[in-house]
Design a protein around this ligand. Structure first.
Ligand code: TXA
Ligand code: MG
Length: 357
């Protein structure tokens, strides 16, 4: 299949949205920008389109897709019940980077929901996503537009890297804003529950609905016996090709430990990537050092994270060491993605120096 790539700007908006909507209507796949990451969209009411999405991504078909809508009202036809908490959150955060889980309406195929009786819905705020969804007039099922297991795409070029020849079209709307996937909240139960942290934080949700729970899988410390409620959270995800380790400790301790690792790697002829902060980058002697942002500005870290992970892939480093970023509020989402990229592998600075490569 030849993948068409269209750059979208003011003067091409009308033609490109019409072309994309046409592809969706006949069951094809179009990747497009949202405010979080690029999505890989198909008609969410067409089971064949959903099957094509799983095939294009190489994604297990028990991992459900998010339906993207242009208008709050559309949710009423897709959810069989909208709880009070769900309604409040839709009113406050849509359009925006929040996905809500509802009981599904009958017309949504199980192929789209990965066999679940619930459905994930989100109304993106990105103007290009909105224009495309409005033109299509369909709920568009869209996972992130990466091959399964790879970092989510934040640029059209990332989508092309993974999806060229596998989908009908890529709409290039430039670099996305937030850079990590939407917050997912299950509003089917008594207490709204965060299944995946994102830009909309626990605190922001609590301000609207009072009590909020967090699925234990979010912290990333659960064993195999705890099943995450968002099936996608159980897979190694967002991951670069090289193994990655997060290193905890003060800036100086991390720099000192990693410099010892770098010295050893140089003797062994190994190429090491360092995912560094602005504050610390100057301290590393050797290795492929990439600055992802400042410890004081996690928005910026989130914005750059997946792009930097993909750059390490292109440079073919054999191992990546990363400083820890995160903590409170949006920092939870940043740390969650970092830990996933590292397969939950976190060590103390002192251990890093002894770490076998
Ligand atoms: O920001 C985003 O959410 C991006 C953009 C493209 O909108 N999309 C995205 O989709 O991240 P995806 O497929 O990569 O992640 C969707 C997550 C998965 O972890 C999946 O298991 C979960 O949402 N999910 C979808 N439907 C669900 C449901 N009914 N119940 C629980 N989790 C669900
Ligand atoms: Mg994804």
């Amino acid at each position: 299949m030849k993948t068409i790539i269209r750059v979208i700007q003011k003067d091409t908006m009308e033609a490109v949205t019409a072309e994309a909507a046409e592809i969706w209507k006949r069951g094809g796949l179009v990747a497009f920008p949202t405010e979080t990451v690029y999505g890989l969209g198909g008609n969410g009411l067409d089971p064949e389109a959903s099957k094509k999405i799983y095939a294009a991504k190489g994604r297990p078909s028990d991992n459900p897709l998010i339906l993207h809508i242009a208008d709050r009202k559309q949710a009423e036809g897709l959810a069989s019940d909208i709880s009070e908490a769900g309604r409040l959150l839709m009113e406050r955060f849509w359009p925006g980077p929040l996905t809500l889980i509802f009981p599904k309406a009958k017309n949504i195929p199980l192929e789209t929901t990965g066999g679940l009786e619930t459905v994930a819905i989100r109304m993106p705020s990105h103007p290009v996503a909105q224009a495309l969804l409005r033109k299509a007039g369909l709920p568009i099922a869209a996972p992130s537009a990466n091959l399964s297991g790879r970092p989510s795409p934040t640029l059209a070029r990332d989508v092309k890297e993974d999806m060229d020849g596998r989908i009908d079209m890529i709409v290039d709307g430039g670099e996305v804003g937030i850079g990590v996937e939407s917050t997912i909240v299950d509003v089917t139960g008594e207490v709204p529950t965060i299944l995946r942290p994102g830009y909309i934080t626990e605190e922001m949700l609590r301000d609207v609905v009072g009590r909020v729970a967090v699925d234990p899988a979010v912290a990333g410390s659960v064993g195999a016996e705890v099943k995450p409620k968002a099936p996608g959270m159980k897979y190694r995800h967002y991951a670069p090709k090289a193994p990655m380790v997060l290193v905890e400790g003060s800036c100086d301790a991390v720099a000192e430990a990693l410099n010892r690792v770098l010295e050893k790697a140089e003797r062994d002829g190994k190429k090491i990537g360092i995912l560094a902060s602005e504050e610390n980058a100057g301290q590393y002697r050797g290795g492929v050092v990439k600055v992802v942002g400042s410890h004081k500005n996690l928005d910026c870290v989130a914005h750059n994270l997946y792009r930097v992970l993909r750059e390490f892939d292109r440079e073919e480093v054999e191992m990546i060491y990363s400083e820890c970023f995160g903590g409170q509020a949006f920092g939870q989402a940043v740390m969650n993605r970092l830990k996933k990229a590292a397969g939950q592998h976190v060590i103390r600075a002192e251990e890093a120096a002894e770490n076998e490569m």
